[in-house]
Design a protein around this ligand. Structure first.
Ligand SMILES: CC(C)(COP(=O)(O)OP(=O)(O)OC[C@H]1O[C@@H](n2cnc3c(N)ncnc32)[C@H](O)[C@@H]1OP(=O)(O)O)[C@@H](O)C(=O)NCCC(=O)NCCS
Length: 150
């Protein structure tokens, strides 16, 4: 799987497949227009994982006004989870941010999202706080940071 997995920049023509993963991954999906906006604003940090010509996952990153990298979204197609796709997407976008001089990365994750929390902790993110009522259903998010070492 790892060997056949290609991580590359997203293209406009990928957006339909990306959106299908989004709606199958989140109770409150972003509108499809948001994906186009991130693709226009941060093309270097919007990556897809491709397997046999299908998009099986994506990650969207941005840069906050203080220069901190931000993981906006990360999702893997339900049939491709647990095979290292999410980790590869995350580490690839981190590497690109680091090459561009970014020193730390922030993200928010639902306190109930065990898989994502385990992934983020396994690659060095630390919980630094909590955003109450972060999600539309009133549930909370952890705020996590990772310092990118030299
Ligand atoms: C979170 C998500 C992106 C993980 O992607 P994935 O490709 O399945 O994860 P990986 O196979 O790369 O897993 C990497 C590590 O994460 C952890 N992990 C992943 N899924 C896990 C699970 N279901 N339970 C516990 N730990 C898990 C493990 O530590 C794993 O390492 P290991 O396989 O060596 O044990 C995926 O489950 C997903 O798309 N979920 C729905 C969307 C979502 O919640 N996105 C995150 C929003 S903040």
């Amino acid at each position: 799987m790892e060997d056949d997995l290609n991580v590359r920049r997203a293209r406009r023509s990928d957006l339909r497949e990306i959106y299908l993963i989004e709606v199958n991954s989140f109770p409150y999906p972003y509108p499809i227009e948001a994906f186009l906006t991130f693709l226009i604003l941060y093309p270097q940090y919007f990556l897809v994982a491709e397997h046999n010509n299908s998009i099986v996952g994506y990650v969207i990153g941005s840069i906050d006004s203080d220069g901190t990298g931000h993981i906006i979204s990360l999702a893997v197609h339900p049939s491709y989870r647990g095979k290292g796709v999410g980790k590869k997407l995350l580490l690839t976008v981190e590497k690109i941010m680091k090459e561009n001089g970014i020193h730390r990365i922030k993200l928010e994750v639902s306190i109930n999202n065990k898989a994502a929390l385990a992934l983020y902790k396994s690659v060095g993110y630390k919980v630094v706080g909590m955003e109450r009522s972060y999600y539309p259903d009133g549930s909370d998010a952890y705020v996590m940071f990772k310092e990118l070492s030299n």
